[in-house]
Structures are given as structure tokens and as C-alpha cells.
Write a protein that binds this ligand. Structure first.
Ligand code: HEC
Length: 128
């Protein structure tokens, strides 16, 4: 009986985690654990530690209306999947991963990218 109970709980946890949709809370955690802070800073201001070493300045994530590739949840999730190519070509960056101004996060699931998008949009709202 006890064994079945444990199995039941494990099954329930599995089902609930796989059914969970995107959320701001999950997005915040992903933002903190996927290196976004290094470039965009803890509060998304574009002032992370690596920002000054980059050719292209990281975007201020508090103003989605200025995003080049769209500011809807779906558009931001797509940007995260594709990364952002540099619009100017620096020869010294050839054969490095820096042909992208921002790396792509295609190893995350679609739901995770949507959570990140929701979190970023929440930064803008908190700022108004
Ligand atoms: C290596 C540094 C770096 C990391 C790490 C990084 N970004 Fe960026 N990000 C950039 C740069 C640089 C730009 C601006 C690109 C441009 O203007 O062409 C940018 C732009 C953006 C934009 C605006 C896109 C647009 O359409 O203009 C969003 C949203 C964004 N980043 C989200 C994130 C999230 C979320 C993470 C973590 C999962 C992340 N970034 C990690 C460097 C980084």
C-alpha cells in the first residue's frame, strides 16, 4: 500500500509538471540559471558584467517596445530559440560562436522559452 502511495505521488508530480504551462515564476528562475544575467543584468537593464566587453550592447529588457524582433510573448520566445545575428560583420569574430550578438537558447523547451518571455514582459510592467 505504502509503495503504491509513493508511486501515485511520483506519477502525480510527473503529470503536473508536464502539464504546467509557462509562468513568470518559472521564467524568473530560468533567467537566473541560464546566464541571461551575465549580459542583461539582474534586473534586465542591459548592464550585466559582460555587457561592456560585447560589440553589441545587450538590450534593456524593461522596454519590449524597442525589441527588434517583436515584443509579443510568442515573438520573444522565437527570438530566444533563434538567437540574434549581428547586423554588422566583424572579421575577427569569424569561426567563433560570436556571429550571434545574442546566443540562441534552443536547448530549452518551448514552454521554458515562453516562461522567459512572460518574465521579460513582467519586467516592463513592473517598471511602469
Ligand atoms: C552573451 C550575452 C547575452 C546573453 C547570455 C543573453 N543575451 Fe539577450 N541580448 C544580448 C544582446 C547583445 C542583445 C541585443 C542584440 C541586438 O540588439 O542586435 C540581446 C537582446 C535580447 C532581447 C531583445 C531581442 C530583440 O528583439 O531586440 C531579449 C528579449 C533578450 N536578449 C533576452 C535574453 C534572455 C531571456 C536571455 C537568457 C535566456 C539572454 N537574452 C541572454 C546578449 C545576451
Amino acid at each position: 500500500m505504502v509503495f503504491h502511495g509513493v508511486l501515485g505521488i511520483v506519477a502525480l508530480l510527473f503529470v503536473s509538471s508536464s502539464l504546467a504551462g509557462p509562468s513568470v515564476t518559472a521564467g524568473r528562475e530560468l533567467y537566473e540559471t541560464n546566464g541571461c544575467i551575465i549580459c542583461h543584468g539582474l534586473y534586465g537593464k542591459g548592464d550585466g558584467g559582460a555587457a561592456k566587453t560585447l560589440h553589441v550592447k545587450p538590450a534593456d529588457l524593461r522596454d519590449a517596445s524597442r525589441f527588434k524582433k517583436g515584443s509579443s510573448e510568442a515573438a520573444i520566445a522565437r527570438t530566444l530559440a533563434e538567437g540574434i545575428a549581428v547586423d554588422h560583420y566583424w572579421p575577427e569574430l569569424k569561426a567563433t560562436h560570436h556571429y550571434l550578438a545574442m546566443p540562441k537558447f534552443d536547448h530549452l523547451t518551448k514552454t521554458e522559452r515562453r516562461s522567459l518571455a512572460l518574465y521579460i514582459l513582467s519586467l516592463g510592467k513592473a517598471n511602469k
